[in-house]
Design a protein around this ligand. Structure first.
Ligand SMILES: Nc1ncnc2c1ncn2[C@@H]1O[C@H](COP(=O)(O)OP(=O)(O)OP(=O)(O)O)[C@@H](O)[C@H]1O
Length: 448
């Protein structure tokens, strides 16, 4: 990544040179008057500016400097402007602070002290940008808490919005950790049932012998150990949504009972005689190929059709364009905030590793991986080693020539995701100018 840009507004060529020299850690751009300063601001969009208020045609006063400051902050209010002022100009400096300048520093400058002030200004700016981006990602998320910019997943989110208010039974297909329960909860929240309960059960986690009474409940004395009447999960979800996870693991005998419930919408508690009417919306999920289980005689065909009125397939994380970097940023910000850590960043190597890793455990694996890295990493930068991921191959795997259009599209979406929709950054990553990136985005119909 290139050096951070620092704009130095100073009309004295000697001081310009001195400041340029003492800030060699940054890419220093200079301006000696208002017009140049505003042009440099537009062109380079520096996060931090140092500024002498005595600019021509008023080098002894502060009127021109203050007017420049006002225009700069109008154009880019988040810029951190540090006023460099002489001893006699304290009142002007205070006025500048009142107008929105970040800090002031007395001339003649003490290079070490000034370097610290500038460094802190960059840090604060980056933190504020990061916070803004996080809020933006959340605000942009198509379903509450479901972060994606992949075109296929965005289509899926629109389907969820359409299906949620209906009473249709929904089957969610997707690998472990890909977000099936999150989608099931979104279906519940966006239905007319959101005031009632969302109850989930994992058919693979409960022994076959206990699952029936977990689902339907039991009467006192129904079996040994049934000391009191207990409601089943389906009954608890009455009026709300019932989520059956890992439905492919349900035993055949129980499948028949579930089918009966779906047909008649009444339950009988184990050991009971009364039929209890239940109004519940069913959402089920599996990572297995249910058609194949039907072919093998391990899943009832009639139940399969009952459950799959609407089928929504959730893509594995590795197939979602740009989502790996997007989710990594999202989780990093969330865990930094939760752990009370100052904001952190990924270095280049870490981002490449995140993009190239296969994520067999999907979003859950990423969530855990980033959480661990945020806790374990020592500095503000997270590296590939902190993530415990294998080092990535070079980026040459994105072969532009062979599948030019498809690759262009994919790379652009990835860059936009990695840069968090910041066009300047994305253009930098792609090595094209901003107007070129806009043209390409237009061409491919990509919106930020
Ligand atoms: N797109 C997403 N944006 C933000 N968080 C997500 C997203 N997808 C999944 N998660 C988070 O990842 C974790 C795993 O998701 P979830 O439990 O919904 O997956 P699942 O497919 O139901 O997993 P399993 O099949 O193992 O039960 C959860 O903490 C969830 O909040």
């Amino acid at each position: 990544m290139g050096k951070k840009k620092l704009l130095v507004i100073e009309d004295d060529p000697g001081l310009q040179k001195q400041l340029r020299w003492s800030f060699d850690a940054y890419e220093v751009v200079v301006a000696g008057d208002r017009e140049t300063a505003l042009a440099q601001m537009r062109r380079h969009q520096p996060a931090v500016v140092t500024m002498d208020l005595g600019l021509p045609p008023d080098p002894e006063g502060a009127a021109e400097g203050l007017a420049t400051l006002q225009q700069m902050l109008q154009h880019a209010p988040e810029t951190k402007v540090i006023i460099l002022s002489g001893n006699q100009e304290r009142a002007h400096a205070l006025k500048a602070i009142a107008m929105g300048a970040y800090d002031f520093h007395q001339k003649p400058c003490e290079p070490e002290m000034l370097a610290l002030v500038v460094e802190r200004a960059f840090y604060l700016h980056a933190m504020q940008q990061e916070n803004r981006r996080m809020l933006q990602i959340e605000a942009d998320s198509p379903l509450a808490g479901f972060i994606t910019r992949d075109p296929g997943m965005l289509r899926l989110c629109r389907s969820v919005e359409k299906v949620a208010p209906s009473s249709a039974t929904v089957m969610l297909l997707g690998d472990s950790g890909s977000g099936k329960e999150l989608i099931a909860r979104a279906l519940h929240k966006m239905s007319g049932r959101q005031d009632k309960r969302f109850v989930a059960i994992n058919c693979a986690a409960i022994p076959e012998t206990l699952l029936e009474s977990e689902l339907f409940g039991h009467e006192k004395g129904a079996f040994t150990g049934a000391g009191q009447q207990t409601l089943g999960k389906i009954e608890m979800a009455n009026g709300g949504t019932f989520f059956l996870d890992e439905i492919g693991d349900m035993a055949m005998a129980l499948q028949a009972k579930l089918l009966r419930f779906l047909q008649e919408r009444v339950i009988e508690r184990v050991g009971g005689r009364t039929e209890i009417p239940i109004d519940v919306r069913i959402v089920c999920a599996t990572h297995q190929d249910l058609r194949e289980l039907v072919r093998q005689g391990r899943f009832r065909e009639d139940l399969f059709y009952r459950l799959s009125e609407i089928v929504l397939a959730i893509a594995p994380l590795r197939e979602r364009v740009g989502d790996c970097a997007l989710l990594a940023h999202y989780f990093k910000n969330r865990f930094c905030a939760a752990e009370g850590r100052p904001s952190m960043g990924f270095n280049e190597e870490a981002l490449l590793a995140i993009e190239q890793y296969g994520w067999p455990g999907n979003v859950r694996e990423m969530e855990n991986c980033i959480k661990r890295a945020v806790i374990m990493s020592d500095g503000p930068q997270i590296g590939a080693a902190d993530l415990g991921l294998p080092l990535a191959q070079s980026e040459a795997t994105l072969n532009l020539r062979q599948v030019r259009d498809a690759a262009e599209y994919k790379v652009m979406v990835m860059a936009l995701a990695r840069a968090d929709a910041n066009i300047v950054k994305a253009a930098e990553l792609l090595g094209v100018s901003r107007p070129t990136l806009y043209d390409l985005m237009n061409h491919h119909g990509i919106k930020t």
